[in-house]
Every structure is written in C-alpha cells, then in structure tokens.
Ligand binder design. Structure first.
Ligand SMILES: Nc1ncnc2c1ncn2[C@@H]1O[C@H](COP(=O)(O)OP(=O)(O)OP(=O)(O)O)[C@@H](O)[C@H]1O
Length: 266
C-alpha cells in the first residue's frame, strides 16, 4: 500500500515492554489510519508514555514491533515524527524564532528555515513575539512555541504526551481549539495522552483506554465537530469512559450519574 495522505499510518504488532520483571505493555495490537486523531487515557503508571516512547523510537520494545507506513521502525528516530511534552522544553538562551527554527535543523536554506518558522509562529498566533526570550512568555505561549517547533517540519505523526496538562482551564481550551484547527489544516496523524477524559472526547476520533498493559477500550467518537462542551451526547461519552476507568459498570442513566464526578480528570 502507498500512503499519499499527509498523515502517517501507524501499526503496533504484538508490542510489549518490560522493565526487568515488570511488564508494562503486553502484546498490543493497534492500527491508526493516516490523519486520525487518537487519544490515550488510563490511570497513572499504566504505560501511556512508554507506548509513545516506543512509537517515537526513543526506547526499544521487548517484544513485537512498530510499523510506520508499513515499514518496521527498528526503534529508530523518524524525522516525520515530532513529540510534545507537558513542559515546553525551549532553550532559554535562544529567542522564540530560533527555538522554532530548531524544528528545522538540517534545512538546506537558512532563509527558507526562517520564513517557515515565522509562518508557523503566525499559525499559532505568536509571530509578533519572534524576537523575545522564552522567559518573558506565559506557560500557554511557551506551549504554543513548542507546538510551532513541532509542526515546523510538517511532521506526519505528532505525539503529544499530556502537552496541555499544566495549563489553566481557559488557556487549555484555547490550545485544544488551536491543536484541532492545525490538525484539520495539516492532516497529520495525532496521538494524544491526556488525563482529561473530556479533552480526549472533544478532540479525538478514537479514545483508547490502557489497563493492565493492554488496550481495554477502543471507542470511536462519532460526534460532529466542532464539539461543544456541555453537549448531552458528549457528556454521556465522557461518563461512559470515566466509568470504565473507575472500574464501574456502565449505567443506563449515564448523564444524571455524570454529576457524581466533579472532574473529568483521571
Ligand atoms: N526506564 C524505566 N525503568 C523502569 N521502569 C520504568 C521506566 N519507564 C517507565 N517505567 C515504569 O513503567 C510504568 C509505566 O510508566 P509510564 O510513564 O509509561 O506510565 P504513564 O501511564 O505514562 O503514567 P503517568 O500518567 O503517571 O505519566 C511505571 O510503573 C513506571 O515506573
């Protein structure tokens, strides 16, 4: 099969990872289509970051493999994959523009790299901050710069390890909207780890739950976009996933019961 789409096709086949005698991921099979947005939820320590690190080639599995556009990754770093973390990880001694240009290391033309970095900074609404130091930016602005750096090279797969976790609620919603818009414009495949089940349901085409080293739930989210918080169907979906995470049986009167959860975060 050939993949013309902007997004990367991802397949995990029998993927396992143990640290010593501790098995974190066991025999995971998963297929993600080019351009899909998939969210991963699960309790702390269930293996979400481990899974992302294996996909990124930052760590080697103890069993099985990762296939990117049908090619075995052989645990190598792939330039078409970019990753974002909870902290922006900007270089404090480089200005904003130079930080974004880091995402283009190896570009043939410095002039073109600068133009591209400015363009992508514009797409995250920070073109006017290009010549400032990261230290004068807010946490949300720093994450925008990190997003710009990640997207500067037009990746085919974006791995997001709880990138919005440290932001205040309003900034978080703005970043979710920005992420969704850039994903729709650029068509990359997205894999997002989040502890916020509502965030997962608002953004993703599919939500995966990891439990006991395996994918215990793979739920397609068939809600029209843009999704509205407070929408009944959305709240019911959030509730359904929360109950699974909490290990409770699903209830018919899901919406009423959702009031019993004061937070959508696990
Ligand atoms: N390099 C390592 N050496 C030993 N154990 C590790 C290593 N990396 C991760 N682990 C263990 O693997 C398990 C899964 O860790 P991982 O970071 O993938 O969980 P997580 O689901 O991302 O957690 P959180 O939501 O808290 O970030 C944990 O028990 C962790 O201690």
């Amino acid at each position: 099969m050939t993949y013309e789409a902007r997004g990367m096709h991802l397949k995990l086949q029998g993927l396992s990872k143990s640290f010593g005698t501790k098995t974190v991921l066991q025999d995971i099979d998963l297929e993600i289509q080019p351009g899909e947005f998939v969210a991963i939820v699960g309790r702390s320590g269930c293996g979400k970051s481990t899974m992302l690190r294996l996909i990124a080639g930052l760590d080697a599995p103890t069993g099985g493999g990762v296939f990117l556009n049908d090619q075995h990754s052989h645990h190598r770093i792939n330039p078409d994959i970019r990753m974002m973390f909870q902290d922006a990880r900007l270089l404090p001694w480089q200005k904003v523009l130079a930080n974004v240009e880091l995402g283009l290391l190896g570009a043939n033309s410095k002039v073109l790299a600068k133009q591209t970095a400015l363009h992508v900074l514009r797409s995250v609404g920070l073109e006017d901050r290009a010549q400032e130091w990261p230290s004068v930016l807010s946490g949300g602005q720093r994450q925008r710069v990190a997003l710009a750096r990640a997207l500067a090279s037009s990746p085919k797969l974006l791995l997001l390890d709880e990138p919005l976790g440290a932001l205040d609620a309003l900034t978080r919603i703005e970043m979710q909207q920005l992420l969704e818009q850039l994903w729709q414009d650029q068509g990359f495949t997205s894999l997002l780890i989040t502890h916020d089940v509502e965030e997962a349901v608002v953004l993703a085409d599919r939500v995966l739950l990891i439990e006991n080293g395996q994918i215990s739930l793979d739920l397609e989210i068939n809600l029209p976009r843009p999704r509205v918080r407070g929408d009944v169907a959305l709240a019911q979906t959030v509730e359904k996933i929360l109950q699974r995470v909490m290990g409770q049986p699903e209830r018919e009167d899901a919406l009423q019961q959702s009031l019993s959860f004061t937070s959508t975060t696990v």
